[in-house]
Design a protein around this ligand. Structure first.
Ligand code: GTB
Length: 217
């Protein structure tokens, strides 16, 4: 049975692929699982029908038969568990790849997300510059550690995994609003490797098509 995911009817990022349905689309493309997308408006996300799927009224969600999931990380993990290709079979390597999934979402994403939020919501506040400097400092600490660990490897721990998939989507969020990655050539190259993957390109094109269609309509 084809899974159905939800995505923004009109993404505020205007098709840049920064919303979190992108990581789910990419995971599904990596494992070759066809899927359908149900587009939802901001109003629909807060209605009871969507709240039964997602308690916080957000996207993405994932439905397949009786199963309904929310949280992009949990969805990517489920996809990786169900199909070959995103998690190694060796138990130790698998645990390390899962560790990178958590690291992407729990350690690297929060200051990057807070920075993008501050740029939207706090720009006119008197503390804005100070807040941005503080967030930049927090982000750089994470990038320093990540860059040192990646070194000149292609991926974080052996073959491309769900950990890399999530980490690249997180770094793409930073790349969209800052030139900080330019100071970390190995991380910039890492992100470019992710973007060059055929599965990423298909996922990106599909979400862009939603924005293009909505703009034309
Ligand atoms: N922890 C959850 C997950 O990982 O799934 C977070 C889900 C989430 O933040 N969803 C956002 C949402 O539904 C969309 S992705 N927001 C609507 C709401 O809360 O009412 C976050 C996002 C939004 C917009 C951009 N952008 O425009 O660039 C990028 C990312």
């Amino acid at each position: 049975m084809k899974p159905v995911i939800t995505a923004f009817e009109r993404s505020p990022d205007r098709g840049k692929g920064l919303a979190r349905d992108m990581r789910v689309r990419w995971a599904l493309e990596e494992v070759g699982q066809p899927y359908d997308v149900r587009l939802v408006s901001f109003e629909e996300m807060k209605q009871p029908a969507h709240l039964t799927l997602h308690p916080f009224g957000q996207i993405p969600t994932y439905e397949q038969g009786d199963l309904a999931l929310f949280e992009s990380g949990a969805i990517v993990f489920y996809i990786a568990e169900q199909h070959a290709g995103l998690l190694p079979t060796d138990p130790g390597a698998r645990a390390r790849a899962v560790t990178w999934m958590f690291a992407a979402l729990n350690t690297v994403e929060p200051p990057i997300f807070d920075r993008s939020l501050a740029m939207i919501l706090e720009r006119d506040e008197p503390w804005y510059e100070q807040r941005l400097r503080s967030l930049d400092g927090s982000i750089r600490k994470r990038l320093d550690g990540l860059s040192a660990r990646l070194g000149d490897s292609d991926w974080l721990d052996g073959a491309f995994s769900a950990g890399d998939l999530l980490m690249v989507t997180v770094l793409l969020r930073l790349k969209a609003s800052s030139d900080m990655l330019d100071d970390y050539p190995n991380l910039a190259a890492y992100v470019a490797r992710g973007e060059a993957r055929p599965a990423y390109k298909r996922a990106f094109a599909d979400q862009l098509a939603v924005f293009t269609a909505a703009s034309a309509g």
